[in-house]
Design a protein around this ligand. Structure first.
Ligand code: UD1
Ligand code: UDP
Length: 376
């Protein structure tokens, strides 16, 4: 009897876990075909654990690498060493990574050094700006160079890879797995009531809600100060709305956010939310202000307008279809564009159409079918 190919899925942060959860589920369902093992670097700790618990992901190796206020070089070195050790003892046939974090890049480099094949989920996103987002644009480019199976979410991401000379036979357009996770979660939420979420118990949902998240490294310092001042201005002008901001645990984010916004009456600073209450909150929000990659993909499916507080995006599909608008990190623009959506129903309606440029909820199934055909 042939040995089942061994696939090792490696991830480390919240968004990677959210986007790999449905793929791991599909791989586990195909256990007669593949042996699947999960290794987490724990580049994130609490924010990763929330997702592991929610989707009941069984972890064989937990490298527990997160350090307080870690540096890029420090976390890269630890992941490279840690993942290499696991690869040497497990000797998988394929390593699967997702996205563009340091875990993604350093784990694929470790696999390359061991001459193990690599599958990259969410391949081919590009801004063509080396420092924006930083260091993600270069993390994903370097990952592409060593990848054997490029699972591109959209035709645009496939085009980006083709332009860089990637062999078309190695690129597969699958949709983004985040939509699989989102639709599954929206389904679960239908049978739940808000009282279920203790984190949201104090929120008056009869008011208009603006949901905010932010964490990009290129905005640390001045960018974050501007974002916070814009939020304060929006809250002051619109006394009847509530701004809910689950604050990322990175100290470079937490400090300015709490200093500038901690005492504003209609702004709620809360801890990062579990995925289910977060999706619930997205659904209940009037609009979303964010610099997150994943939220730019999820919000169009929910028909929620998104103002992206960044200068570039690797996700042009949402912009083309009108739900997403880039507003940069300057106080004036953020406040002005938000106010436009508060004041003009016409502007708002134009941006709040539900559609799915990033997937149909079947990306993980497609990934599995491709792996079944290619790896024996
Ligand atoms: C990382 C990724 C980024 C991704 C983001 C998703 C890199 C370089 N950055 O950024 O691409 O978009 O995750 O959120 O790979 N912390 C905690 N607990 C946690 C998570 C973080 O305390 O659960 C704090 C720690 O002090 C940690 C710091 O945040 O040192 C930074 O974490 P890190 O993973 O290096 O960067 P992020 O900004 O989270
Ligand atoms: N998210 C969450 N709780 C929160 C904020 C975000 O579960 O408090 C989810 C969100 O729905 C999306 C993902 O986390 O799926 C995005 O993570 P993040 O913004 O940290 O990373 P990025 O997508 O920018 O890499």
């Amino acid at each position: 009897m042939n040995k089942r190919p061994k696939i090792m899925v490696v991830f480390g942060t919240r968004p990677e876990a959210i986007k790999l959860a449905p793929v791991i589920k599909k791989l586990e369902e195909a256990k007669h075909k593949f042996k699947t093992i999960v290794c987490v670097t724990a580049q994130h700790r609490e924010m990763l654990d929330q997702v592991l618990r929610l989707f009941k992901i069984k972890v064989k190796y937990d490298l527990d690498l997160m350090r307080h206020n870690q540096s890029l070089s420090g976390i890269t070195r630890m992941i490279l060493d840690g993942v290499t050790g696991v690869l040497k003892s497990e000797k998988p046939d394929l390593v699967m990574v997702q996205g563009d974090t340091t875990t993604t890049f350093a784990s694929s480099l470790a696999a390359f050094y061991q001459q193990i094949k690599i599958a990259h989920v969410e391949a081919g996103l590009r801004t063509d700006n080396k420092y924006s987002p930083f260091p993600e644009e270069i993390n994903r480019r370097m990952t592409s160079v060593v990848t054997d199976y490029h699972f591109a979410p959209t035709n645009q991401s496939k085009e980006n890879l083709l332009c860089e000379g990637v062999d078309p036979k190695k690129i597969f357009v699958t949709g983004n797995t985040v939509i699989d996770t989102l639709l599954m979660t929206v389904g679960m939420l239908k049978s739940l009531k808000v009282e279920k979420f203790k984190e949201l118990r104090d929120i008056d949902f009869s008011k208009k809600i603006i949901l905010v998240t932010g964490h990009r490294r290129e905005s640390f310092g001045e960018g974050f100060e501007n974002i916070c001042r814009a939020l304060k201005k929006i809250a002051d002008i619109n006394r009847n709305l509530i701004i809910i901001y689950p604050v990322h645990l990175n100290p470079n984010v937490k400090k300015p956010v709490h200093r500038i916004l901690g005492k504003v009456e209609n702004i709620r600073l809360i801890n990062p939310l579990n995925y289910k209450p977060f999706v619930y909150l997205m659904e209940k929000s009037y609009l979303i202000l964010t610099d997150s990659g994943g939220i730019q993909e999820e919000a169009p499916s929910l028909g929620k307008p998104v103002l992206v507080m960044r200068d570039t995006t690797e996700r042009p599909e949402g912009i083309k279809s009108g739900t997403v608008r880039l507003v940069g990190t300057r106080e004036k623009e953020i406040a002005r564009e938000t106010q436009k959506l508060m004041d003009s129903k016409k502007e708002y309606n134009r941006m709040s159409r539900a559609h799915n440029p990033y997937g149909d909820g079947k990306a993980s199934k497609r990934i599995l079918t491709i792996l079944e055909k290619s790896i024996r």
